[in-house]
Design a protein around this ligand. Structure first.
Ligand SMILES: Nc1ncnc2c1ncn2[C@@H]1O[C@H](COP(=O)(O)OP(=O)(O)O)[C@@H](O)[C@H]1O
Ligand SMILES: [Mg+2]
Length: 384
């Protein structure tokens, strides 16, 4: 991984007047959330979270309400300070920044978007977007040029002179995104930005935002309570429960190998067709009894949707390749099992909880793909 843009190391946040004492008892006696509340009147918001987000990654943080997502993300721009642990942004420990440096970090390097953007009602869309530059004393002509440019990026050209109330909810959120982009920050922090919008508008904004973040190479921490949204947007997803990151991994890692029942409950009903890849459901070639010549071939990275097309067309087993080499096969029954997923298993690498979780190493090293074999695992293809 290249130098992380955002790095959290063993971050704890305990709320309450006796946070220090509570922290000591957590460390020394191993007390839990309930006891911290009972004995010290303290709420454990974030519990020993470590994560690294490399440049350009869209990192989603997903979990139920109250699981600590907002508390976690507020550490990144030091809206709150950790009870314990360190936060490094762009290689600097932000606890060491003085007030002026902190203002510089927030104004110049971090853009924020919330669920309710609180646009200034009496200012035009253009002036709302230009506001972060105004407080940095950027000239008016420059402000307007930047504002018009970023409004173009979020598809709001022509609305510059309107007032916020003249815009729909989805458009107002796009104004919020434009405002966050105005100072061209490396990092975007988004706290449930689309949660209050209608489902269709939400889908549109998810796709639009994803394309924008990728093209602008923004490192993004994106909070949502909706796994569908996390899957659509995230390169990796961190799943949070009671202040703990219970699993970090790619969408495919999470869906193929949910770490526990909490994660399993979220992935119920998620369509696997575009998410699960051939390499995750294939059997190793060594188990193939027939003749592989002449059978349809697919790269290990193709999704189930594409495998269906191949099998519908030929009604034959598909040979899976990696780098042009035959490595495995997917029969019709394996494909059906792969689509079904859940407790029925997804072929060799079904969702047996004991087998290949995304893990808590912050890197989401799942397994089930040839480059992620677990050494010594008897269920992995080509072991040895
Ligand atoms: N300022 C605060 N004082 C006390 N408890 C707080 C404070 N902020 C958050 N909490 C508690 O921390 C936990 C996590 O909250 P939050 O981060 O807002 O969750 P989420 O964003 O996932 O819904 C909750 O139990 C919440 O009540
Ligand atoms: Mg929240």
């Amino acid at each position: 991984m290249s130098e992380p843009i955002v790095k959290l190391s063993n971050v704890w946040k305990v709320f309450g007047a006796k946070a220090r004492e509570a922290m000591q008892a957590i460390r020394g006696e191993g007390i839990g959330k309930a006891e911290a509340l009972r004995r010290f009147g303290c709420v454990v918001g974030v519990r020993d979270v470590s994560l690294e987000v490399p440049r350009g990654e869209i990192f989603c943080i997903m979990g139920l309400s109250g699981s600590g997502k907002s508390t976690l993300i507020r550490h990144v721009n030091r809206l709150i300070s950790p009870t314990s642990g360190t936060i490094e942004i762009l290689g600097r420990d932000i606890a060491a920044l003085n007030e002026r440096e902190l203002r510089g970090l927030r104004a110049g390097h971090i853009g924020m978007v919330f669920q309710h953007m609180a646009l200034m009602p009496h200012r035009s869309v253009r002036d709302n977007v230009a506001y972060p530059l105004e407080i940095q004393n950027v000239s008016k002509s420059r402000r307007w040029a930047v504002s018009d440019h970023v409004l173009g990026l979020v598809d709001l050209k022509g609305y510059e002179d309107r007032l916020p109330r003249e815009l729909s909810g989805g458009m107002q959120q796009r104004v919020g995104i434009a405002r966050a982009l105005a100072s061209d920050p490396e990092i975007l922090l988004m706290d449930e930005p689309f949660s209050a919008l209608d489902p269709l508008i939400r889908l549109q904004l998810q796709d639009q935002f994803k394309a924008l973040a990728v093209s602008l190479k923004k490192t993004t921490l994106f909070i949502t309570h909706d796994l569908d949204e996390a899957i659509r947007i995230g390169d990796r997803i961190a799943i949070m429960k009671d202040g703990v990151l219970v699993q970090v991994g790619t969408p495919e890692d999470i869906v193929m190998n949910p770490a526990d029942d909490y994660v399993r409950a979220f992935i119920k009903g998620i369509s696997r067709l575009k998410l699960v890849k051939a390499h995750s459901i294939m059997q190793p070639l060594s188990r193939f009894g027939g003749v592989a010549d002449g059978l349809p071939r697919a790269d290990g990275g193709v999704d189930l949707d594409r495998l269906i097309d191949l099998q519908v067309g030929s009604d034959q087993t598909v040979i899976v390749t990696e780098g042009g080499r035959d490595v495995g096969f997917v029969s019709k029954s394996q494909l059906l099992r792969g689509i079904q997923g859940g407790e029925h298993g997804g072929g060799e690498h079904g969702q047996g909880g004991e087998h290949g979780q995304g893990g808590r190493d912050g890197q989401g090293r799942g397994h089930g793909t040839p480059d992620r074999r677990r050494p010594g695992c008897v269920r992995c293809p080509d072991r040895g």
